[in-house]
Write a protein that binds this ligand. Structure first.
Ligand SMILES: [Zn+2]
Length: 237
């Protein structure tokens, strides 16, 4: 289990990664549960690129701010209510990546079209209602759509990933956008004919998910790489 300092550092890094890799610009946020509690660390209401590990908020699953200075992100309810519903989840990313949004707006479900998409073999459900998640009730609705899954697409809005830790949630969010971006390119290349895309079978998706998923070494390498780039490259670069 990571100590508090490492966990705070991971949360700040996760936020910087989702901005650096194009999943969010001024908006979006990553969080981590404080192990064994109903509390989580989350960045304040700024671009995720400006997240500061020394200025995180601690919020509980009822939306109460327990410590930290600064305004919470207005969509913190996504995190609060998923942590409430899913004791197995210790890391959450909410971001607004363009290819995922594009998929929702053409009514195409996510399909596994390359190795790193395999982790989503069970499919990615869609939360259809548009608009920001600024209440406990809407947070509960997102958690219901997520159900036992790893991710939910949010129509015209973005994605949320929820996994066993914040590094895995971050890597999965990057993989999901990479996958959606490829799917959009394939749709464009086939003139929008989804049937021509050679989506992986269930067995193929499970095989590659087992090889590249967020619990395996490949994802550790991905976190190492993403975090190194996020630390080195300039804001918006
Ligand atoms: Zn949002």
């Amino acid at each position: 289990m990571r100590d508090e300092k490492t966990l705070r550092h991971d949360v700040a890094l996760a936020n910087r990664i989702i901005e650096r890799f194009g999943l969010s610009n001024a908006f979006g946020h990553a969080s981590a549960r404080i192990p064994g509690t109903n509390r989580f660390y989350i960045s304040t209401r700024r671009s995720p690129r400006l997240a500061d590990e020394n200025h995180l908020l601690v919020i509980d699953t009822d939306g109460k701010i327990l410590s930290g200075n600064g305004t919470p992100n207005s969509e913190f309810w996504i995190h609060a209510r998923i942590y409430a519903a899913r004791p197995d989840v210790n890391g959450i990313v909410h971001a607004h990546p363009l290819a995922c949004i594009a998929l929702t707006q053409i009514g195409e479900p996510h399909r596994v079209v390359h190795n790193q998409g395999g982790v989503f073999a069970d499919g990615v459900p869609e939360y259809e209602r548009i608009g920001l998640i600024r209440s406990r009730e809407l947070g509960d609705l997102v958690a219901q759509r997520l159900d036992k899954g790893l991710a939910v697409m949010m129509r015209g809005h973005g994605i949320t990933t929820a996994l066993a830790d914040v590094r895995a949630a971050t890597v999965s969010a990057c993989f999901l956008e990479e996958s959606a971006d490829l799917q959009m390119r394939m749709l464009a290349a086939t003139g929008g004919d989804a049937k021509r895309i050679r989506a992986f079978t269930r067995a193929e998706a499970e095989l590659t998910g087992g090889q590249t998923g967020p619990s395996v070494a490949a994802a550790g390498r991905a976190w190492e790489y993403y975090s190194a780039v996020a630390e080195l490259k300039p804001l918006g670069g």
